[in-house]
Design a protein around this ligand. Structure first.
Ligand code: NDP
Length: 226
């Protein structure tokens, strides 16, 4: 039976992925920071849910959480993310906020992937899926929310490189655009709900093989432009 680790399972797409993975009978390691809230309380009580509490930017805490786990992990989903600071235009940038956006959206997915590599290596079918965004596509010249866009463009490059480096170890790595999703981040007017996005991402992760490694997909499994 599949074991999955998902970051950011206390709300949004991550919470929905955790619920759906538990409904499939999978073992779920879910990470969140802070206290258990009403929204995630019911998954935390599930016997197959392992509650990991860390901030993804705290690399020492991430490594400590990983070192406490002896079991194989088949799928890692790097989902936790932030939209970034209020002021994030090229002409008026909150640089601390930009750095924090890069820390969460770009550096943390690599740090989490590195920390949990020993558990992924214990799996017979290890896969990493990082939730990116079409807002990071190089083919878009739009400049609003440039810190967020840059952080997602950068994580695409980082994960493409990780895919190259992990292929000889039999670990597949992919990126996914989750759609424009009705969550705190996506807002109420977005296109799809978290249920649809989460089920697409889980299906993509389930079917990911080394043949499809190093690619950028949409939540419905179709290829995404870089
Ligand atoms: P939400 O804002 O609803 O949830 C974000 C999640 O990330 C929360 O669980 C949050 O935890 C967690 N998180 C943020 N910062 C940290 C941190 N430093 N350490 C640990 N956890 C953290 O966003 P979505 O569910 O909508 O987004 C999930 C992913 O999908 C993100 O990577 C986002 O960029 C991407 N995405 C979303 C789109 C959308 O339309 N919604 C579109 C394209 C991409 P906490 O409650 O503690 O803040």
């Amino acid at each position: 039976m599949t074991t999955i680790l998902i970051t950011g399972t206390n709300r949004g797409i991550g919470l929905e992925m955790a619920k759906q993975a538990l409904a499939k009978g999978w073992t779920v390691y879910g990470s969140a920071r802070g206290e258990v809230t009403d929204a995630d309380a019911h998954i935390c009580e599930h016997p197959k849910f392992h509650d990991l509490r860390f901030d993804v930017t705290d690399h020492a805490a991430v490594r400590a959480a990983a070192e406490a786990i002896d079991a194989p992990i088949d799928i890692l989903i790097n989902n936790a993310g932030i939209i970034g600071p209020e002021r994030q235009s090229t002409l008026d940038m909150d640089f601390d906020g930009f750095a924090q956006t890069l820390a969460v959206n770009t550096l943390a997915p690599l740090a989490v992937s590195q920390a949990f590599l020993p558990q992924l290596k214990k799996s017979t079918n290890p896969r990493i899926v990082t939730v990116s965004s079409q807002m990071g596509r190089m083919s878009y010249a739009k400049s609003d929310r440039i810190a967020y866009r840059a952080s997602k463009a950068a994580v695409n490059k980082v994960m493409q490189g990780l895919a190259t480096d992990l292929a000889p170890m039999g670990i597949a790595v992919a990126l996914v655009h989750p759609g424009w999703v009705r969550t705190d981040m996506g807002g109420a007017g977005a296109d799809i709900d978290a249920t649809e996005s989460a089920s697409g991402i889980l299906a993509l992760a389930e079917g990911l093989t080394l043949e499809g490694t190093g690619r950028f997909y949409n939540w419905d499994g179709s290829p995404s432009e870089w």
